[in-house]
Design a protein around this ligand. Structure first.
Ligand SMILES: C[S@@+](CC[C@H](N)C(=O)[O-])C[C@H]1O[C@@H](n2cnc3c(N)ncnc32)[C@H](O)[C@@H]1O
Length: 152
């Protein structure tokens, strides 16, 4: 299948520049350890840590997720939202295109005594099944975070 971008070329270029800048900063940041909504997270270099803006998403996950739900955390990073959902009793799959965050998320799950499944996947390439809630803090310059929920 041929990939055809749906964004105009100048927007694609803006996003590419934003990515390069963001990942350069992340690589330079070194390992971070933080206490976030009661989770003890270790975030290696090159992996996104929760920020003041992503805090809105973390709090939405805590408010939204019910025990027994199936949750997909797309672009899981440190695993933060997957772990918040799993802590609430959901059955959780967290995926990331980059293996470094996947390893970090697995280690953070063990560190916090929470069970969730993590795997490398380019968006939905390695994702099967149905989910009650999809959480994504997508990597983009200044766009809002999103959650999608099936109708209850
Ligand atoms: C802004 S970070 C969010 C990390 C985490 N969810 C959080 O809230 O802290 C976006 C994440 O999406 C991942 N990502 C980027 N492109 C992806 C793709 N095509 N498929 C899956 N994950 C992707 C990145 O590696 C990164 O970990």
């Amino acid at each position: 299948m041929v990939y055809r971008p749906t964004l105009p070329p100048d927007r694609v270029e803006d996003l590419r520049r934003w990515h390069e800048h963001a990942y350069r900063d992340l690589a330079a940041a070194g390992e971070r350890r933080l206490d976030y909504l009661g989770l003890d997270l270790v975030v290696p270099p090159g992996v996104f840590a929760p920020t003041p803006t992503s805090d809105l998403l973390g709090r939405a996950v805590v408010a939204e997720v019910r025990s027994g739900e199936r949750v997909l955390d797309m672009g899981t990073g440190s695993g933060v939202n997957a772990l918040l959902a799993a802590r609430a009793g959901a059955s959780v799959l967290g995926v990331d295109v980059n293996p470094v965050p996947v390893e970090a998320a697995e280690a953070n799950a063990v560190r916090n005594g929470v069970r969730a499944t993590f795997r490398v996947s380019d968006v939905f390439a390695q994702v099967n099944g149905c989910f009650d809630l999809v959480v994504i803090d997508r990597p983009s310059a200044g766009s809002p975070h999103v959650t999608w929920r099936r109708r209850r």
